[in-house]
Ligand binder design. Sequence first.
Ligand SMILES: Nc1ncnc2[nH]cnc12
Length: 466
Amino acid sequence: MSDVSQSRAVPASGLDRFFGLSAQGSTVSREIRAGITTFLTMSYILFVNPQVLGTAIHVPNAFVQLLMTTAIAAAFGCLVMGLIARYPFAQAPGMGLNAFFAFTVVQGMGIPWQTALGAVFISGILFVLLSVLGARQAIVQAIPTSLKFAITGGIGAFLAFLGLKNAGIVVSNPATLVGLGSLTAPPVWLSMLGLIITAVLMTRRVTGAILWGILATTLIAILTGAAVYAGGANGALRAFPGFDGSFLGIFGTPVWPSSLVGQLDIAGAVGLGLLSVVFTFFFVDFFDATGTLTGLSQRAGFLDEKGNMPRARRLFAMDGLAAMFGAFMGTSTTTAYVESASGIGEGGRTGLTAVTVGVLFLLSMFLWPLASAIPGAATAPALILVGALMMEGVRHVDWDDISEGLPAFLTIIAMPLTFSIANGVSLGVISYCAIKLFSGQMRRVSPILYGVAALLLIRYIWLVGE
Ligand SMILES: Nc1ncnc2[nH]cnc12
């Protein structure tokens, strides 16, 4: 009430009206701070995406061209999300999807990268079509409330796992799959210190706690000379030191990625009958993005009592559009980023947050050596803390009823352990339908959800058969 009366008393600026800042109880400075925070937690993609895609796309000066393509695709994704859908969600080429593109499709199946880009483009068209027709919203509505909370919690676990892995706190172990890293390794102690600093700032309700935590950890790394820039846990920085410490060293010259732009081969993708590849890109991104967007919306308080988000068609269509544009620019699927939760944690509630991230991605075409000065160990605490914040909703799951609790648990645990949001959503939906179907509660589940579960099951069986 008071927000509304205040915004009536003080005439709202154009920016305020366009983004609905006062309506969301937010301010320009809070949105910009949220945007910087989200950018810092996801800027690693500028270096990691070229590394992954560079194993499959061989063009002159591939690393820098792919870095530019990544920055432009991310900027476009963030700008359309902020300006058209007006949500505080950032987009960039997705991890997992880039690995599937490079290792499975191009290197594994021997499909030319141009044709694979064509398949990404077609999956983007399908995405936009389904969003405009309202099919994605219908599926989101059919997902039971307990699974929606579990999806948010699972994404939190996924984020925390990403942070723990980036920091070197969790490492691979051939005997047990995962193990504890060396606590005396610089990235490990640095990120643990950063975690405590950020948690204390948050507990003391300091504005910008996550952002301050990232900057303080970076400063400590620089002042102590901790070996996180070379040979640290963050492979991107090891391979590409970028920042040389000098003032001029923060500037890089942008390059137009002419060997990548417009190289996609749509006709080739159709002609080669890449149905299963298109379907996989489509499937993984569909459940990845739908899970991410639902989880983020829930975290930001955008869902109404029926679990629907406002402007859902536009919201969903924007990540399809970003995927299409990204494929045109020469990168694998661009999608909504879970790291946006860090900006939401800073209070970002409107499209201005996403626009800020987009502008920073554009600037990073000039300032990418500076972005490389933020080590993975400094952003890891943000990922872990935001993961903890996203767990909050799982208390709404009815854990005493195993037909609700087990699917929710599978959703949460499968996301970090299979390193895929899509797998978590899929296992949750399949187990939910199967348990309800055979325990006399068949009618409690929407027919749409049964249809989705059947499709997911067929896809898993098909995958095994391949
Ligand atoms: N595939 C993905 N989906 C959501 N958020 C991500 N952040 C990095 N990769 C992502």
